[in-house]
Design a protein around this ligand. Structure first.
Ligand SMILES: [Zn+2]
Length: 309
């Protein structure tokens, strides 16, 4: 039998279902809007329906469904404790509910973990067993694949790479309650903050609008150059910290900020080389993510191949 897996990316605005084969190739995608009231039953019904629609005629070949979503999850039990996208949900047993509606085994994981799994299975980490992903968006997310398997930790909190502390003095307050996390610097929010603070202190800039994208595009702006140096220094420091722990083959950079491409990656590689012992540095490449917004559905499907045993 040609087994198939369905992965579902459950977001506040859309529910995206993808059908994958055993190699991680994405065969079909079906996306629907998240039911506007975001009530439990409506969303669960929409998820089950999206899974069946994505699989179409191959539904009988589907060996499992994976769900990925942001929030505080009990991963082993498949329970959503709390999710900012679904404020009414408290302790929803989403895994059991979708299994009941579909009669398929269901695995659940958070959005950052399924993204790294997608990249490792089918994207920039394909063919490697030791892969770390940093997702640079509004915040900084992350995930770790070691020995070909997702590292979840005792309570599913492993891979919270955005909260590696990189500034021990004068660090900014992070959403997690700590100071100086890499998320406070290398996220889109952090980059904008750095520019705004410098302007408030009298720094001159040619920027017309302060966005992460504009900062990386400004080639002749001394303030932007300084901010880029600070961002890549902080991110390289976090990468060095995780690299000496898990000795990865690929450090993948995804998320909206990563669209800056070489303007981000080149100084990042230089800073990483300065901060990492040679024996760890050699054999690891810093590369851009490849899958974009499909990493979530592919990785969710991959939970049945690379996730919890
Ligand atoms: Zn933090």
């Amino acid at each position: 039998m040609n087994a198939r897996y369905v992965g579902i990316d459950i977001g506040g605005t859309g529910i995206k279902a993808g059908l994958c084969d055993t190699s991680g190739a994405l065969l079909a995608v079906h996306e629907v809007a998240t039911p506007p009231q975001r009530g439990v039953v409506d969303v669960l019904d929409a998820i089950a329906h999206a899974a069946k629609t994505a699989a179409g005629e191959t539904w009988d070949d589907v060996a499992g469904i994976g769900l990925g979503m942001a929030g505080f999850l009990d991963i082993p039990k498949g329970i959503v404790r709390f999710s900012a996208n679904f404020p009414q949900w408290i302790d929803v047993p989403i895994g059991a509910q979708i299994a009941h509606r579909t009669n398929k085994p269901v695995l659940v994981n958070n959005d950052a973990n399924v993204a790294v799994l997608g990249e490792a299975w089918s994207g920039a980490g394909k063919g490697y067993d030791h892969v770390v992903l940093f997702t640079l968006g509004t915040g900084v997310g992350g995930g770790i694949i070691a020995h070909g398997r997702l590292v979840e930790g005792a309570h599913g909190m492993a891979g919270e790479l955005g909260h590696i502390v990189v500034r021990h003095e004068h660090g900014a307050l992070c959403g997690c309650g700590q100071y100086g996390c890499v998320e406070t610097i290398a996220s889109a929010t952090g980059i904008v903050r750095l520019v705004r603070e410098a302007i408030a202190q009298g720094a001159h800039t040619t920027l017309r609008e302060v966005t992460a994208k504009a900062v990386f595009a400004a080639t002749d702006d001394a303030l932007c150059a300084r901010v880029i140096a600070e961002v890549t220094d902080a991110l390289a420091q976090a990468m060095a910290a995780i690299a000496v722990v898990v000795n990865p083959q690929r450090l993948i950079v995804g998320g909206g900020v990563s669209l800056a491409g070489d303007a981000l990656l080149e100084p990042l590689r230089e800073a990483f080389a300065r901060k990492t012992p040679a024996a760890v540095r050699e054999g690891v490449d810093i590369v851009p993510a490849m899958l974009g917004t499909t990493a979530g559905v592919i990785g969710a499907a991959g939970l049945h191949v690379h996730g919890r045993a």
